[in-house]
Design a protein around this ligand. Structure first.
Ligand code: NAP
Length: 335
């Protein structure tokens, strides 16, 4: 039996996920689409050929034709749709961010715990990337001894004028914040944001590049260079420095070209291509979790902790100080 999915938000990632469910993955079919822009919903429904348009997102959530929901609308709408899905007792995959404030994420955590069972998976897809999975094995098998430092870079070719300084944290660095916490199984204790010399390619409301410095409970230091107008490509780097060795995130597969007295490989500019397999695996795991009545992917607690970290990093952008985290113990429900 196919799990019947309702999608809220028929924009870029909602359309991609819908196509993925219908064409690439096993065990799911999209039966319902809602978007505040009805024309977007109609366009996606026409492309899919398996779904109907719902003008009201709450009707979609409650519909007997929908077993599970994908929330792919803009971040500020996530809280209400995830809470409504929990109230309907349905599994819900929510694209990052889980919600746009830590308190809104906490509302979701509380609702889910009151319901008594995990229903929410958050779209932190880097955890499903084969390179990050290999790094995790290296750590778990102590192959490089104790991890002491992690050096990361998150570079995009360009961003639009609408991308402002805070979005470097909430839209982009949130991926490093989540994936490194997942790699290390450790929470953060401090954060600091440093502004480098501003690139001439940036605009007035964006300071680019920035460097995030994080410290974990056991004293591991993480630095992340965030450079969203680097021009040359979409480039994600992560290097673990251990007491006994170094482990580096593998480069995406790329041909080596020898030509004109040069040897080179190309670098993609499209972030979607870089993590395309990870998106497939994360959603397949969600479908399989629904079938097995137990989901295991990134939880609403992970979304909540990431939101707390983002708030602190954004504060650190303003204060330029080392900002402490208040310790929040993971409830047994999410361990
Ligand atoms: P997008 O292309 O703008 O799509 C969002 C869609 O939601 C738009 O069609 C928008 O309609 C619609 N919408 C806005 N308010 C709504 C409401 N109240 N009810 C129903 N639909 C509503 O954005 P996107 O790039 O797909 O991003 C969507 C979400 O996915 C964001 O939270 C983003 O952070 C996340 N995302 C995650 C990743 C990842 O790597 N995991 C990558 C990309 C995006 P209008 O255009 O008419 O406003």
């Amino acid at each position: 039996m196919n799990i019947k999915f309702g999608i809220i938000g028929a924009g870029m990632i909602g359309s991609d996920h819908a196509t993925r469910i219908n064409k690439s993955l096993n065990g799911g079919i999209v039966t319902a689409v809602n978007d505040i822009n009805i024309e977007s919903a109609k366009r996606l429904v026409a492309e899919l050929g398996t779904a109907e348009v719902f003008e009201d997102p709450y009707d979609l959530i409650r519909s007997p034709e929908v077993n599970a929901i994908l929330v792919c609308s803009i971040g500020s709408t996530h809280e209400e749709f995830v809470l409504a899905s929990i109230a309907a007792g349905k599994y819900v995959f929510c694209e990052k961010p889980l919600a746009t404030s830590a308190s809104a994420c906490k509302n979701i955590v509380d609702a889910e715990m009151n319901f008594g069972k995990r229903l929410v998976q958050v779209g932190f897809m880097r955890r499903y990337d084969s390179g990050y999975q290999k790094l995790k094995k290296v750590i778990e098998n102590s192959e490089i001894g104790d991890v002491l430092m992690i050096h990361c870079a998150h570079r995009n070719p360009t961003v639009p004028e609408s991308y402002v300084t805070e979005m470097a944290v909430s839209d982009s660095l949130v991926h490093e914040i989540d994936v490194i916490r997942w790699l290390l199984k450790e929470d953060y204790v401090t954060a600091q944001m440093i502004f480098a010399k501003k690139t001439k390619r940036s605009h007035g409301n964006l300071h680019d590049p920035q460097i995030l410095l994080l410290e974990t409970r056991s004293g591991i230091r993480i630095d992340v260079e965030m450079f969203v107008n680097c021009q040359y490509g979409y480039d994600i780097q992560c290097e673990l420095v251990g007491s006994d060795g170094i482990a580096k995130l593998p480069e995406p597969e790329s041909l080596v070209i020898r030509k004109d007295e040069k040897k080179f490989t190309s670098i993609d500019t499209d972030w979607k291509k870089r993590f395309i397999k990870a998106y497939d695996i994360e959603l397949q795991e969600f479908i399989d979790g629904i079938v097995g009545n137990k989901i295991q992917g990134p939880s609403s607690w992970d979304g909540y902790v990431a939101a707390i970290a983002c708030d602190i990093c954004i504060k650190a952008q303003k204060t330029k100080a080392i900002e402490p985290f208040s310790i929040v113990e993971t409830p047994k429900f999410y361990r």
